[in-house]
Design a protein around this ligand. Structure first.
Ligand code: WTA
Length: 667
C-alpha cells in the first residue's frame, strides 16, 4: 500500500512537470472544435470569450455580424458587440486577483547580459496605473492615438497596457525606423503624445532615439501635426540624461513624472469593438497602412491561440525574440503571454550579441518553455554553429514556435533537432499583421507529425481557400496550388485601415470578391496541410513555370554549404523572367565557379531544371530591415545594375551590405 502511494506520488510529480497534455489532445478534439467554429462561430467564440473578464457581458446571440463581400455593401466585422471589457485588466488585474501578483510578468535582459530586471504582475500593474494616470493628466482620452517609440525595455509593454487601460489607441513604431517614418506615422493617426527614450545600444552601436524623435516631432509639425507631450525614458548605457536634447515646454522625464502618479487607476471599460491599437505595415504599393485592431476580438483571438496552439499556461516562461514594434511582439510577447498568466522574456539588444550563445543562455537562465522566433534569426544562429546551443541546458524547452516567413527544411530540422533535442514540436504558424493572431498551424495533437516547412492546418474559425489566380475561382480539390484567401471572419481580424476604409476594401476584399486576400501563394497537400510559397508578388514566372522564390531559396539552403539565400526575378528576353539568387555561404566555404555549379545542380535535383538560378551572386550579407525581412526591392535594383535608383534604404539593418553586393556583382 505504502509503495503504491509513493509510486502514485512520483507519477503525479512526473505528470505535473513533464506530461502536460495539450488542450487539443487528439485529432478528434481538433475536428470537433474546428467544425463547430465554422458552423456556429457566434456560439463558439461566445463561449471561449467567457474565459475572460467582461464588465458587461455580451449577449449569447446577436453579438456577431459581418459582411466581407464588397458587392453587398461596406465590409464590416463585429464580435462580442454589447460587451465591455479591458485588455489591461485581463492581462494584469485578473492575475493579481488570482494570487499571481508576485510572479514575474516580464523578465528583461538588456543589450549587456549583466543588465537584468524582473517585473512582477503586481509591479507591472502599478507601473501601468501610474502611466495611465499620467496619460490622463496630459488630456489623453478614449480613442486618442498615442505613439510609442521605445526600445525593448519593460516600459514598452507597460506603455501599451497603459494605453489599453485608458482606452487610448497605441501605435507602436519600431525603434529602428527613421525620423521620417516616425513622423509620417504620427501625422497619419494624429498622435499628440509620444513616448520615447534617450537611446539604446544595439550590439556595439548606440542609437540615439530622442534625437530621432525630436526630428520626427519637427517634421510632423511641418505637416501640421502638433505634439503636445513627449515622455522620455532614460535608458542606461546609451546616453546620459544630461546630454539629451531637451525642450522643457514639451518634454517630460519618465523618472520625474511617473513615480509621482498614483498607482491606482480604474480601467476604462471599452466596448468590444472600440479600437485597441494601430500598427503600420507595408503594402505592395503606397504609404504604410495603419492596420486597426479592436478590443474584444483581438483579446479573444490572441488569448485563445496562445492556449490552444502554443500551449501557454499560467506560470510558463515564454521567450519571444520579436520586437514589440511588430505584430508578433504585440500578440505573442506582450498581450498573449500576459493574457495566459505567463512570464514573458523581453530582450534588448540583439540575440547574436555578444556571441551566438546569448539566446540559449537566456533559455537556460529563465527555464524558458515556449521559444518563439522567426526563420531569419534561426538561420543566422544556425550559421554560427551547433557549439553555441550545445553549451546551454535547453531541457526546459517544450514548444518551438516560428512565424513571419517560410521556414526552409534545413532550419526546421536544426530547430527541431539541435534546439529542441528532437523532443519539442516546431509550431510554424502562418499569419499576418492584419490577421491579429495565428491562422495556420501544426496541430498540438499531431505536433510530432508536423511536416518540415509546412504551416499546417487552419486554426479555429479560419477557412482557407485556394483560388485560381487567373479566374479567381476556388479550387475545390484537396490538393491544390494557388492564391491563399480566407473565407469568413475571425475575432482577431483587423477591422479597417486607419482613415481609409476604401483602401481596406480595395486591398483585401476587392481582388477576389467575397474573400479576404492574403497576398500569399500556397499549396495544399493531399492531407490538407498548407505550404506557403511566398508572396504572390514575389512569384517568378520562368518560361511559363511559376516558381515561388521561397521554393528556390529552400532548395539552395538545403545545401549544407549554403547559409542563406534570397531569390528574385529579373527580366529575361527569352524566358520572360529568370531566377537570380543571392547566396550567403557558410563561414568556411570558398565561393567560386565550382561552388556555383554544386548549388545549381542541387536546385536542379531538388525542384527541376526550370528552377535553376540563372545567376548566383555571392552575398556575405543580405539587405534586411531591422525586423529581419530581406528587402527584395533593393536586391532587384542591385541585380539589374540600377543602384542609383535604390530609393529609401534607411530601414536597412546594415546599409553597408549594399555596397558590398554591388562590388560582388559578376564576380
Ligand atoms: C509571411 C508576421 C511562411 C507571409 C506574423 C505573410 C509566413 C507575411 C509565415 C506577413 C509562415 C508569415 N510561413 N510565410 N509561417 N508567417 N509569413 O504582417 O508572406 O509581418 O503574408 O506578419 O509574412 O508578415 P507580417
Amino acid at each position: 500500500m505504502q509503495r503504491l502511494e509513493v509510486l502514485a506520488r512520483q507519477l503525479t510529480a512526473v505528470v505535473a512537470v513533464e506530461d502536460r497534455t495539450p488542450l487539443l489532445a487528439t485529432k478528434n478534439d481538433y475536428d470537433t472544435m474546428y467544425k463547430r467554429s465554422i458552423q456556429d462561430p457566434e456560439g463558439f467564440w461566445g463561449e471561449l470569450a467567457l474565459g475572460y473578464h467582461w464588465d458587461r457581458k455580451f449577449p449569447a446571440r446577436g453579438h456577431m455580424a459581418a459582411n466581407t463581400d464588397v458587392r453587398r455593401g461596406p465590409v464590416s466585422i463585429q464580435f462580442f458587440a454589447g460587451g465591455t471589457t479591458n485588455l489591461s485588466y485581463n492581462c494584469l488585474d485578473r492575475w493579481v486577483a488570482a494570487g499571481r501578483g508576485e510572479q514575474a510578468a516580464l523578465i528583461w535582459e538588456g543589450n549587456d547580459e549583466s543588465e537584468r530586471r524582473t517585473v512582477t504582475y503586481r509591479e507591472l500593474l502599478a507601473e501601468v496605473n501610474r502611466l495611465s494616470n499620467w496619460l490622463k493628466s496630459r488630456g489623453v482620452q478614449k480613442g486618442d492615438a498615442v505613439t510609442i517609440y521605445l526600445p525593448m525595455v519593460p516600459e514598452l509593454p507597460a506603455a501599451m497596457l497603459a494605453c489599453a487601460r485608458v482606452g487610448a489607441v497605441h501605435s507602436v513604431v519600431f525603434a529602428g525606423f527613421s525620423a521620417d517614418s516616425l513622423a509620417q506615422r504620427m501625422v497619419d493617426c494624429n498622435a499628440k503624445v509620444l513616448l520615447t527614450a534617450t537611446g539604446v545600444m544595439r550590439g556595439t552601436k548606440p542609437v540615439l532615439l530622442k534625437t530621432i524623435a525630436d526630428d520626427a516631432v519637427r517634421l510632423a509639425a511641418k505637416a501640421g501635426q502638433d505634439t503636445s507631450s513627449v515622455l522620455c525614458l532614460e535608458v542606461a548605457n546609451a546616453l546620459a540624461a544630461a546630454d539629451t536634447p531637451w525642450n522643457p515646454v514639451r518634454d517630460v522625464w519618465w523618472h520625474a513624472a511617473i513615480p509621482m502618479q498614483s498607482a491606482e487607476c480604474a480601467p476604462t471599460w471599452l466596448d468590444a469593438e472600440d479600437r485597441s491599437f494601430l500598427l503600420y505595415t507595408s503594402g505592395s504599393t503606397g504609404k504604410p497602412k495603419g492596420v486597426v485592431h479592436c478590443t474584444g476580438g483581438y483579446m479573444v483571438g490572441v488569448g485563445v491561440s496562445c492556449r490552444y496552439l502554443y500551449d501557454m499556461r499560467p506560470g510558463d516562461v515564454v521567450f519571444t525574440t520579436a520586437d514589440c514594434g511588430w505584430i508578433t511582439g504585440h500578440s505573442y510577447l506582450a498581450y498573449g503571454p500576459l493574457l495566459c498568466g505567463c512570464s514573458a522574456v523581453i530582450m534588448g539588444g540583439i540575440p547574436t550579441h555578444p556571441d551566438g550563445g546569448r539566446a540559449w543562455r537566456m533559455v537556460e537562465r529563465y527555464k524558458v518553455r515556449q521559444f518563439y522566433t522567426a526563420p531569419t534569426l534561426l538561420r543566422s544562429l544556425l550559421q554560427l554553429g551547433d557549439a553555441w546551443p550545445r553549451q546551454s541546458d535547453l531541457s526546459s524547452l517544450r514548444v518551438l514556435a516560428s512565424a513571419g516567413e517560410p521556414m526552409n527544411e534545413h532550419a526546421w530540422h536544426w530547430f527541431h533537432e539541435v534546439i529542441g533535442g528532437s523532443r519539442c514540436p516546431v509550431v510554424d504558424t502562418w499569419w499576418q499583421t492584419e490577421t491579429g493572431n495565428a491562422m495556420l498551424s501544426p496541430l498540438p495533437c499531431a505536433w510530432f507529425q508536423a511536416k518540415a516547412g509546412s504551416a499546417g492546418v487552419p486554426f479555429f474559425g479560419v477557412c482557407p481557400v485556394m483560388l485560381d489566380p487567373t479566374t479567381g475561382n476556388e479550387i475545390c480539390t484537396v490538393e491544390a496550388e494557388g492564391v491563399l484567401a480566407l473565407r469568413g471572419v475571425w475575432p482577431g481580424m483587423m477591422r479597417t485601415l486607419h482613415g481609409d476604409h476604401e483602401r481596406f476594401e480595395s486591398a483585401y476584399f476587392a481582388p477576389y470578391k467575397g474573400y479576404y486576400f492574403t497576398g500569399d501563394g500556397a499549396r495544399r497537400d493531399a492531407d490538407g496541410h498548407y505550404w506557403i510559397t511566398g508572396r504572390v508578388d514575389d512569384v517568378i514566372n520562368v518560361s511559363g513555370h511559376r516558381i515561388g522564390t521561397a521554393e528556390v531559396e529552400s532548395a539552395l539552403t538545403e545545401h549544407p554549404d549554403c547559409a542563406e539565400a534570397a531569390v528574385i526575378g529579373v527580366d529575361h528576353a527569352l524566358k520572360g523572367q529568370a531566377i537570380y539568387a543571392f547566396v550567403t555561404l557558410r563561414g568556411h566555404v570558398q565561393a567560386g565557379d565550382a561552388m556555383r555549379k554544386l548549388l545549381m545542380d542541387h536546385v536542379r535535383k531538388s525542384i527541376g531544371p526550370f528552377a535553376v538560378p540563372e545567376v548566383i551572386h555571392w552575398a556575405p550579407g543580405l539587405p534586411k530591415t531591422r525586423s529581419g525581412k530581406i528587402m527584395r526591392r533593393v536586391l532587384r535594383k542591385i541585380a539589374s545594375g540600377q543602384e542609383k535608383e535604390l530609393g529609401d534604404i534607411s530601414t536597412l539593418a546594415e546599409p553597408g551590405v549594399v555596397e558590398m553586393l554591388i562590388k560582388l556583382r559578376g564576380k
